[in-house]
Design a protein around this ligand. Structure first.
Ligand SMILES: [Zn+2]
Length: 422
């Protein structure tokens, strides 16, 4: 493997192959892939002669299918859930709350805490520290330069010297990882919200764990806001200059240490994120700082694909009435930065199976990968012309584990792939 792509388990199936009838998943091989789009399955349907479609084969196929699905049901049952984790709890101090208002909640202090906890836990539920942790949070309502808000650890902790550079990790990340609070009893992190942003833009979820209530008005989901800021608190932070690629001194954050500047743009090249994304992850430079990923589709900068610009840590836009969530790519940054994550999280492609249902439908199944969402795309040509195959009507998106079925194609071959989505 050349390290440029992710290793995908693929199944190559050909219905004209007698071996397939005996064992539809007999042939398995690794395929490299580059970029966010990965080819997954190739299914040759041959000439659709009488052989594969005779009643005799049909009965065999149905029996085989039932067997397969029984096995696969057990396989899907193994979906990974977050470990019943050691608790990471948050303790709160408010600053500037007097006079702060928001029309979407009758109890602003409670709404701030409940929505913030829900946002933070989107990350911490996947962390697996060895003992309970307590993070002291300052929630500060104060005018903010960008007119929105921000979050960061209060301090950073020395990790090592590497090639003449001192490497530091975010203070909260250090405490989650080691259990040692780098600044003792002082606050560990600060989230600042501009009072006008709080009043005019944020929407507080009445049930921030469930996240199903309709978001009213032209407002930004507060759980998404807090989840984004906690990403900065943990891992998306550093000292590099977005515009010119420079650093103020011989020190780097863990994030910095995995970035590179190509003369015009920043890229993140941590091995986990890189393998999952398919290449170095383009960081923001147009609408936001390099501690985000993705750039506007209207720009010429790299990183304009949906997995970046619709991701939680995107540096393009936080859309109103949209819920953002921690995705697998976000967790890959944490894994790269050695934050203790549940070891059950897999950053590789899901296991896939292709089969035929009732002699008329082709079916693609895949195993759950925590947090990862995929879109099924299909093609009848080998020249890279892909069309979205709608799974959930409306969004076209699906969360694994799921399956996709469609009528067997009349063409000689049908190609399927899963595309990682935010
Ligand atoms: Zn940000």
């Amino acid at each position: 493997m050349d390290g440029l792509g992710i290793r995908w388990t693929t199944r190559f199936l050909n219905t004209d192959d007698p071996a397939w009838r005996a064992d539809p998943v007999a042939e398995s091989r690794w395929l490299p892939a580059v970029g966010p789009i990965r080819i997954v399955l190739v299914m040759g349907l041959g000439t659709c002669g009488t052989g594969p479609f005779s009643p005799r084969y049909e009965r065999r196929r149905v029996r085989l299918w039932l067997l397969l699905m029984t096995a696969f049901a057990a396989f899907l049952g193994a979906e990974v859930r977050p470990a019943a984790a050691v608790e990471i709890e948050f303790r709160w101090t408010f600053e500037g709350l007097d006079g702060a208002t928001n029309p979407t909640t009758a109890d602003l202090p409670s709404a701030l805490v409940s929505n913030a906890v829900a946002g933070f836990r989107q990350w911490t539920r996947w962390c697996s520290p060895e003992s309970p942790r307590s993070i002291e949070v300052v929630l500060r309502i104060q005018s903010y330069p960008t007119g929105t808000g921000g979050g960061s650890s209060v301090t950073s902790a020395f990790v090592r010297n590497s090639h003449g550079l001192d490497i530091f990790e975010e203070g909260v990340a250090a405490e989650v990882r080691t259990g040692i609070d780098p600044n003792g009893g002082d606050p560990d992190m600060i989230v600042t919200i501009d009072p006008a942003y709080l009043r005019d833009w944020l929407w507080f979820d009445p049930d921030p764990q469930l996240r199903q209530a309709a978001i009213t008005g032209e407002r930004v989901d507060a759980v998404s806001f807090f989840a984004h800021e906690f990403g900065h608190v943990l891992a998306f932070n550093g000292w590099g200059n977005t515009a010119d690629g420079s650093y103020p001194g011989n020190y780097r954050s863990r994030f910095d240490a995995m970035t590179r500047w190509d003369g015009a743009h920043w890229y993140y090249s941590g091995s986990t994120a890189r393998a999952l994304y398919g290449s170095d992850v383009p960081l923001s430079s147009i609408s936001n700082t390099r501690t985000h990923y993705g750039n506007p589709q209207s720009s010429a900068a790299p990183g304009r694909d949906p997995v970046l610009i619709d991701g939680l840590m995107n540096g393009v836009a936080f859309r109103v009435r949209q819920r953002y969530s921690v995705g697998l790519l976000d967790l890959a940054f944490l894994r790269d930065q050695e934050i203790a994550l549940d070891p059950a999280i897999r950053f590789t492609a899901p296991e896939l199976r292709l089969s035929i249902v009732g002699g008329r439908q082709t079916r693609v199944d895949w195993l759950a990968t925590p947090l990862a969402r995929y879109r099924v795309e299909a093609s009848s040509r080998a020249d890279g012309f892909w069309q979205e195959a709608t799974v959930d009507s409306g969004s076209g998106l699906t969360a694994a584990p799921r399956f996709y079925e469609e009528p067997m194609a009349a063409s000689l071959a049908r190609f399927y792939r899963l595309r990682l989505m935010p």
